[in-house]
Design a protein around this ligand. Sequence first.
Ligand SMILES: [Zn+2]
Length: 179
Amino acid sequence: MAGSVGELSGWTAPNELVIHRAVLHRRPEATAVVHAHPPAVVAASLLDEPLVPIYGAYDIPGARMAADGIPMWDRSALITTDDLAAGMTDALADRPVVILRGHGLVSVAGGDPVTAVRTAVLQAVAVDTLARMTLAVRQAGGTPRPISDDDLAALPDLGGGFNVETMWRHLLTRLPRRV
Ligand SMILES: [Zn+2]
């Protein structure tokens, strides 16, 4: 439609579009790729220690992700080439999220596209929450350490659908209301 062309004029592809292309190529099951620069994740990436599951029931999806390991790509370059993107996807491997040291994160999800976008966003939010909490512990003079294996094992599996739908509605209620 002519209107659509007009609405898109002035928009250009993002500098780091290659991130999305490389992940979708490397992970055929992926249908959504989120790339973001959350300041807490950037700060936590500079601690030279991996994020660990410092809590359990507070955020079960985040705790499980941390327990399984959140990989880090040790480069902070703007990802504008296939070579840089390949390094990032190597670090991501088959995990849902990779942290880009001094840069941000990439979150990946598959399945139907609407749920995948929500899942990828929520995974990013979970890592941001974990990073914020880790920094808060550090700033209070504490040392973040993982919860016990027993506590991890005792966390219930609430099911992906329950978590995504519930958390997505929660995020939407926090958005500023349109006038
Ligand atoms: Zn970026």
